[in-house]
Design a protein around this ligand. Structure first.
Ligand code: SF4
Ligand code: F3S
Length: 328
């Protein structure tokens, strides 16, 4: 296909989902910055994504999305990523072959679609897993089509090119694993070994971080650089506290102690009110929530450390200082 025709087709494809070329380039710029690549890479990221458009390459990378013991907040967060219409366009570049929440099929039909996608794309598909794995009572607290979540997960992970553990539940067990953990909920770690895993914790996780991870995979054909806990460095490289706009007040010991004092109204540090930003790694300060409009601490609420291991048990009560801990 000549380049002029490709351009025309691209414009039409973007237009069909309400995205202008300008929006698309803006999205590529944001993803490039988020991945920590120099701006010069923007055009190359755009070209790499364009090359994934269905009419340019017939086969789109297959993505299977498995929901285990979850509230579906991770799916919500992803579908409301910062660039929803562009996200839709990118979703058109992948083939979301199985997602119980978003797909029309259900029951045996959905299972058949999943089986077919696994067979057809064996060794090549990306598996996204949302939710924790309950081990109590032989896994009966998460059963689909008569099979336990663990059976499903092991089978699906066995044929995946890589597994993305999405959200604090899949990564660490999350809320279902909080004391007393009646279902013996746990992370998906043991069940997916030895597959290549990337972990994107958060309750919920930031949709754009998953998007950027997939963009990285489409662009480079491999996962982004990971830290020792297998989290993408571009999003979990720093503590919230280091990048917080209130850090200046922390340094000057200017603290808020209640939700209606003068210091609070002046935007002072929320540490005495239980902020866990000093113990939490995430990209909230940079990417923000709700179309980039704000984030927890920016809106005046202490960070509760939702992307950290065992945060429900370790960081509660949320409005009290984390005992015996010092800010990083
Ligand atoms: Fe910001 Fe919280 Fe750190 Fe204070 S303790 S500087 S509010 S992250
Ligand atoms: Fe979670 Fe703290 Fe961000 S509570 S959403 S990691 S500001």
């Amino acid at each position: 296909m000549n380049s002029e025709r490709v351009e025309r087709n691209l414009d039409a494809a973007f237009e069909s989902v309400g995205v202008s070329r300008r929006d698309f380039m803006k999205f590529c710029g944001a993803m490039t910055a988020l991945l920590g690549l120099p701006p010069v890479f923007t055009a190359r990221v755009a070209r790499a994504l364009e090359n994934r458009m269905p009419f340019v390459k017939e086969r789109r990378p297959s993505v299977l999305w498995l929901n285990l013991q979850s509230c579906t907040g991770c799916t919500e967060s992803f579908t409301r990523a910062d660039h929803p219409s562009v996200a839709e366009a990118v979703l058109n570049m992948i083939s979301l072959d199985f997602n119980e929440t978003l797909q029309a099929a259900s029951g045996t039909e959905a299972e058949a679609a999943c089986e077919a996608a696994m067979k057809e794309n064996h060794g090549k598909y990306i598996l996204v897993v949302e939710g924790s794995l309950p081990a109590a009572d032989s896994g009966r607290y998460c059963v689909m089509c008569g099979k336990t979540g663990e059976t499903f997960l092991k089978k699906m992970a066995g044929g995946a090119a890589c597994v993305i553990a999405l959200g604090t539940c899949a990564v660490y067990g999350g809320l279902p694993a909080a004391s007393p953990n009646p279902t013996d909920a746990r992370s998906i770690d043991d069940a997916v070994a030895p597959a290549a895993v990337v972990k994107i914790p958060g309750c919920p996780p930031i949709g754009d971080v998953l998007m950027a991870t997939i963009v990285h995979y489409l662009f480079f054909g491999r996962l982004p650089s990971l830290d020792s806990e297998k989290r993408p460095r571009f999003a979990y490289g720093k503590f919230i506290h280091e990048q917080c706009r209130r850090h200046y007040h922390f340094e000057n010991a200017e603290m808020s102690t209640s939700f209606d004092d003068e210091a609070y109204r002046g935007g002072y540090c929320l540490f005495p009110m239980g902020c866990k930003g000093a113990f939490t790694k995430n990209a909230c300060t940079v990417i923000r929530w709700n179309m980039g409009s704000n984030w927890c601490v920016g809106a005046g609420h202490p960070c509760v450390g939702c992307s950290e291991k065992d945060f429900w048990d370790k960081f509660t009560p949320f409005y009290a200082l984390a005992e015996g801990r010092n800010p990083q």
